[in-house]
Write a protein that binds this ligand. Structure first.
Ligand code: ATP
Length: 477
């Protein structure tokens, strides 16, 4: 028996959770269920993240959490429960299988069967933001080697476990050569360890366009956080109904499973919600906890229910559906079909002999890191970069001003008058004739900048790693 934690949540949550639990129990899932409270009531009781001590203890003890949707109350000060869970429990990956169920659920893409695997903790979602000048705010995009290795290896292991043939990677490394470049590089390294699985890399814009247009050419797709956030919603939507999609948030020790839709307060308490998203999330959970036999049984009964035309109102269609049922009755229809195999849809077949295990990250030997210079970021309200350069060139004798950029575009030397400039200038200092750059030069530059009344708002050291440049040049160079 495996103990799991579950929460009924808010809105339609209790109805769809009851239907899901009934199916799990009838299917003989070897599970002990432990209920916790999360969501609206907990928020309103004064807990700003919507989850209390006891609930945390239960999740951390059981390590598997089946969560119904919750409502975050209106007004400020309430933190997203999902973001809190992801970050606190180290749920590094989000897995969202998006499949069409043509002809029973209308979709323009009858052949699609795509799994989006999204990195969940890093990228712009690290939440490190600063206002630096009147006109400029910044958000740090962090891509790490351990984070990329974990999610990409997970994607390949997932493909292997579920008999998938291809893994694609979406990045924008033609622009973000270092951040997305690292994600792509790690993808290539790991792909080489799985020669039986085809792999390819797409620039995210054209990749997203092709997913929206011809999703059937994709199989498993792995990507950094922000792209994954957007593209996984598009992919679920075009599959036909967001009401049918379940998702898993995977960590090294804990995992969380949920439907992708919200608590739908507009239809709560009416017994009309489709419980399929949460039910299918529970199938992902069963696979994760090694109960592939039960996962298969439930998925096949669910597919059979769908092809028998037993539909909830959100997918009901005259001429296609045979009966319109409520939430509870839909669950009962699935229970009646436990043990049946779908005739039109490909039956689910899950392999229980392999499981997804991500090895602990091993830090490689340290690289040879050589300081090559520094970028001083300056708040300056002037408009002619030549004037700024003249002030900066006087700062010290050990270093040379080699470049000024504004919003990444080189404006000095030899800038264009047409380039629009804000009050946020990146000013690069290096040493003449390839000499050694010392950290003491940076403090000297900063001290002299204070005396010269130049407003430096941040510095960024420029390093080579094993002889490879670890920083971007200005656009236009
Ligand atoms: P959240 O911000 O909490 O994710 P949302 O604004 O995206 O919520 P949902 O709660 O997902 O909105 O609801 C969007 C629409 O989809 C609503 O009209 C709702 O009734 C419908 N809907 C959502 N889930 C279901 C479901 N399981 N069955 C039927 N209809 C649903």
């Amino acid at each position: 028996m495996q103990k799991i934690t579950y929460a009924k949540g808010d809105g339609i949550g209790p109805e769809i959770m009851d239907a899901t639990l009934a199916v799990l129990k009838a299917a003989g899932a070897r599970i002990d269920f432990e209920e916790i409270q999360v969501g609206e009531k907990v928020y309103l009781a004064g807990n700003s993240s919507g989850i209390g001590e006891e609930a945390w203890e239960s999740i951390r003890r059981n390590k598997v959490f089946l969560k119904a949707p919750i409502t975050t109350p209106q007004g400020g000060g309430y933190k997203s429960l999902n973001v809190t869970m992801r970050k606190s429990l180290g749920l590094f990956g989000n897995v969202r299988p998006c499949q069409s169920f043509h002809p029973f659920v209308s979709t323009k893409h009858p052949e699609m069967d795509v799994v989006i695997i999204r990195e969940n903790e890093e990228d712009l979602y690290a939440g490190i933001e600063h206002q630096q000048t009147d006109e400029v705010v910044q958000c740090l995009k962090l891509i790490t080697r351990p984070g990329s290795e974990k999610i990409i290896r997970y994607a390949f292991e997932y493909a292997r476990l579920y008999g998938r043939k291809k893994v694609a990677c979406f990045t924008k490394d033609n622009i973000m050569k270092h951040t997305d470049g690292l994600f792509h590089k790690v993808f290539k390294e790991i792909a080489a360890e799985y020669p039986e699985i085809e792999s390819d890399n797409w620039i995210v814009d054209i990749g997203a366009a092709r997913i929206a247009d011809t999703p059937e050419i994709f199989d498993v797709v792995v990507m950094p956080n922000l792209y994954g956030d957007i593209i996984s919603d598009i992919t679920a939507q075009i599959s036909g109904s967001v009401g049918l999609v379940g998702t898993s948030n995977i960590g090294q020790t804990c995992s969380m499973f949920e439907a992708i839709h919200g608590s739908a307060p507009d239809i709560a308490g009416k017994n009309i919600a489709n419980p399929s998203g949460l039910l299918r999330a529970s199938v992902l959970m069963l696979n994760q906890i090694g109960q592939q036999d039960i996962a298969e049984k439930i998925e096949n009964a669910w597919l059979k229910t769908l092809e028998d035309g037993v539909h909830t109102v959100d997918i009901y269609k005259d001429g296609v559906s045979s009966s319109k049922v409520g939430t509870k009755e839909f669950g009962e229809a699935v229970i009646e079909r436990l043990g049946s195999i779908p005739k039109m849809f490909k039956p689910a077949k899950y392999d229980s002999t392999v499981s997804i295990k991500i090895p602990e990250y091993k830090r490689p030997a340290p690289q040879n890191k050589e300081l090559k210079g520094v970028d001083l970021f300056v708040d300056w309200k002037g408009s002619n970069p030549d004037q700024l350069a003249a002030k900066l060139q006087k700062l010290n004798d050990e270093t040379t001003l080699t470049m000024i950029t504004n919003r990444g575009v080189k404006v000095w030397p030899n800038g264009f008058e047409e380039t629009f400039c804000t009050d946020h200038w990146r000013c690069r200092f290096e040493v003449k004739n390839g000499g050694k750059f010392s950290k003491l030069f940076i403090t000297s530059l900063l001290n002299h900048a204070i005396v010269a009344d130049i407003d430096v708002i941040k510095t960024e050291n420029l390093y080579d790693f094993n002889g490879n440049r670890g920083y971007s040049l200005g656009q236009g160079q």
